[in-house]
Each structure stands twice: as structure tokens, then as C-alpha cells.
Design a protein around this ligand. Structure first.
Ligand code: URA
Length: 211
């Protein structure tokens, strides 16, 4: 597993406002959107392209365009949905799948309640969106879903990660696939309720309110 921590003053600035408990949902959503676009720039560094001949007003030249098959972006519901727009802004031709996952607050295990993904993901670059990589349970389950359908190239885009969750993902994936994690920051630890510390609280609640 490869880890990339975006190291940029704008990322740190936006993340600091997100962490602030006084930041309300409308501002929170806007900042998540902006932050994800910055992370998407890092996450797509190795997106597949193919050469294309074009004519400029002056001459012909060879450029590059996104290759087929198109990348697949998969937000993990519910909180990952808040990251979709920021990601597809940079990858407008990507296909979008969905995974509905929830953690059981007692066992902390990931439960899948919905999935809408192409059957065959061989050769596809997949981008999973989940704001909080806490215990790693949800991300590991989501990665397994994609690998079971043939994907071998998976990048998870997260706002925050805990060291404990990163280790779970690393140990689980091993060398079965090319898995990268792109985050705005790696925080200190998990607390006894498996929340990231210092973190930003419950990302879904902060995006959409408590339902
Ligand atoms: N999920 C969240 O929304 N926040 C955390 O801190 C951990 C998991």
C-alpha cells in the first residue's frame, strides 16, 4: 500500500476550518468539495492516458487523453457522497459506482447495505471516496468488493486517516493489488469510540446533519 499525504498550506488551511466544531454544514460541504479537488489532483497523478494527435492553430502535435476503460469513482455512502463532486470535477468522464456501507457502532464491523458497481472491473482504475479512514474496516471491505470484481488498481481518497486504520489496510491488502491511499492528514490515534483524534467528528453528520 502506498500512502500519500497532501502537504500543502491550502490543504492544511481548509482542513483546519473543517476540524473547527463551529463550522456549520453549508461551509463544511463547500470546504470538503474544495479539499477533495486538491486531493484528486494528487490521486490522479498516475491516471492512464493515451496519445492523441491534435491540430493547434499553428501545427499538429501529440497530446494525451484519458484512456479507456474510463476510471471508476466509488463514493462510500453516506459521507463519501460529499466528496463526489470534488472528484468528478477533475475526472468528468469517469463512471460512478456506489457502495453503501455503515459501521456497526458496537462491533465496529462494516455492513454493506447497497452496491451498484460494474460486474467486471479488470483493467479499471478505481477511486474510492471515504472521508474518514478510522478503523479501516469499511475501506478494507470496499477494497475487497472491487478486487473480487477484478480491479487491481485502487486509490482511496480520504480526508483524514488514523495510523491504526492505515495499518489494517496495509496488512489486509499485502501485495494482492496496487492500492494507494491519498489523505489530507494522518491524525494521532483513535479514541475508545473509534473516532479519529483530533479528527473532525462524524463526517456524515457534519455534512448532512444528524439523521
Ligand atoms: N467516522 C467519522 O465520521 N469520524 C471519525 O472520527 C471516525 C469514523
Amino acid at each position: 500500500m502506498r500512502l500519500h499525504v497532501a502537504n500543502h498550506p491550502l490543504v492544511t488551511h481548509k482542513l483546519t476550518v473543517l476540524r473547527d466544531k463551529n463550522t456549520q454544514s453549508p461551509t463544511f460541504r463547500l470546504l470538503v468539495d474544495e479539499l477533495v479537488t486538491l486531493l484528486a489532483y494528487e490521486a490522479t497523478r498516475e491516471v492512464h492516458t493515451e496519445p492523441v494527435e491534435i491540430e493547434t492553430p499553428v501545427t499538429t502535435t501529440t497530446g494525451a487523453k484519458l484512456a479507456d476503460p474510463r476510471p471508476l469513482v466509488v463514493p462510500i455512502l453516506r459521507a463519501g457522497l460529499g466528496m463526489l463532486e470534488g472528484m468528478t470535477r477533475l475526472l468528468p468522464t469517469a463512471e460512478v459506482g456506489f457502495l453503501g456501507m455503515q459501521r456497526d457502532e458496537e462491533t465496529l464491523e462494516a455492513i454493506t447495505y447497497a452496491n451498484r458497481l460494474p460486474e467486471d472491473l479488470s483493467g479499471r482504475q478505481c477511486f474510492l471516496l471515504d472521508p474518514m479512514l478510522a478503523t479501516g474496516g469499511t475501506l478494507v471491505a470496499a477494497i475487497d468488493y472491487l478486487l473480487a470484481r477484478g480491479a487491481r488498481d485502487v486509490t482511496a481518497v480520504c480526508l483524514l486517516a488514523a495510523p491504526e486504520g492505515l495499518k489494517v489496510v496495509e496488512d489486509h491488502v499485502g501485495d494482492r493489488a496496487d492500492v494507494s491511499v491519498v489523505v489530507a492528514a494522518v491524525d494521532e490515534r483513535l479514541n475508545e469510540k473509534a473516532y479519529i483524534v483530533p479528527g473532525l467528528g462524524d463526517a456524515g453528520d457534519r455534512l448532512y446533519g444528524i439523521v
